[in-house]
Design a protein around this ligand. Structure first.
Ligand code: CP
Length: 324
């Protein structure tokens, strides 16, 4: 894994939350707060990325991450290019690294990359020119750092501190990059307890997420929880034979109003999206008063603006050294 920081200690790449300090995370969350506006106001803007070019390179589908990175980069004054797998030269056999060096030759200086294979973002970060930055927008089942920051920001807004909280992550944790980034971020912030809730086949190996409480039933998992994070079943990463039947799954692990009566009275319900209503969450919970799912989406643009602004600082300093 290449270092995520430049020689001056500024964030150069964001590949994972694993190893990021509480101070680094806190400063990105504070940065994101500065980009939030009331719903009746126009969105925050700045010229932090004026003169820079951002490419969104998505080899897997996305609605929220791709749209919010594009809005974030445009609102910071960048030129933005969106490339998708189906319309890229990869279908003609071009490697990711060749695509990257082609785009780099067009003066792209920030790559936002989603890829289904583990290690691709890190490999790209190792190979890009010294003035270029890479942002991981979702890597296999391993890492989705900006989603992790969104989840931390949303929890901080609702609960103010992390130390005494019980966070229950419910669903397909084994195949979830969102869960892994949440796990690393919550631990960095000093979370009280993380519960992993789901059928055995969808829970990670114990050594994959140490210092967590594993719960085989939803009742056990949500009892007295402060935050419940629902996750979809990642069908695209599971053998057909291991995919649970939706009706049985909903009966055992679907979040309903009834099940949530076991949680704390002020529990908040999160979901990174995309949601499968009636499988991991009931429509009443998804749209109900405890849901902060829409807030997570709003926070998504602000978090990505904060991360891009942090990269821009490193970018400017590196470019001054390389091209004085
Ligand atoms: N949460 C998330 O990554 O959603 P998308 O797949 O729509 O980007």
């Amino acid at each position: 894994m290449p270092t995520q920081f430049d020689a001056a200690g500024n964030l150069r790449h964001l590949l994972t939350l694993d190893g990021l300090s509480r101070n680094h995370i806190q400063s990105l969350l504070d940065g994101a707060e500065n980009f939030l506006r009331p719903p009746w106001d126009s969105p925050a803007r700045s010229d932090a990325l004026l003169g820079h070019t951002v490419v969104n390179l998505f080899y897997e589908p996305s609605t929220r991450t791709r749209a919010s990175f594009e809005l974030a980069a445009r609102r910071l004054g960048a030129e933005v290019l969106n490339l998708e797998f189906e319309s890229s030269a990869q279908v003609k056999g071009e490697s990711v690294l060749d695509t990257l060096s082609t785009l780099q030759a067009m003066y792209v200086d920030i790559f936002v990359l989603r890829h289904g294979e583990a290690g691709v973002a890190a490999s790209v970060a190792k190979h890009v020119a010294p003035h270029v930055s890479v942002l991981n927008a979702g890597e296999a089942h391993l890492s989705h750092p900006t989603q992790g920051l969104i989840d931390l920001l949303t929890i901080r807004q609702c609960k103010h501190s992390f130390e005494d909280l019980v966070v229950a992550i419910v669903g397909d944790i084994r195949h979830s990059r969102v869960a892994r980034s949440a796990y690393h971020g919550l631990r960095a912030m000093g979370i009280g307890e993380i519960r992993l809730v789901g059928p055995q086949v969808l829970l990670p190996e114990p050594e994959d997420m140490i210092d967590t409480t594993r719960c085989a039933t939803l009742d056990e998992g949500v009892r007295d929880a402060d935050v419940v994070m629902a996750l979809r079943i990642q069908r695209e990463r599971i053998r057909e034979a291991d995919i649970p039947d939706s009706q049985h799954y909903f009966a055992a692990f679907g979040l309903t109003e009834d099940r949530l009566t076991l949680a704390k009275a002020d529990v908040v319900v999160m979901h990174p999206g995309p949601m499968n209503r009636g499988v991991e969450i009931s429509p009443e919970v998804a749209d109900g008063p405890r849901s902060v799912i829409t807030r997570q989406v709003t926070n998504g643009v602000a978090v990505r603006m904060a991360v891009l602004t942090a990269l821009a600082k490193s970018l400017r300093e590196r470019q001054q050294v390389l091209f004085p």
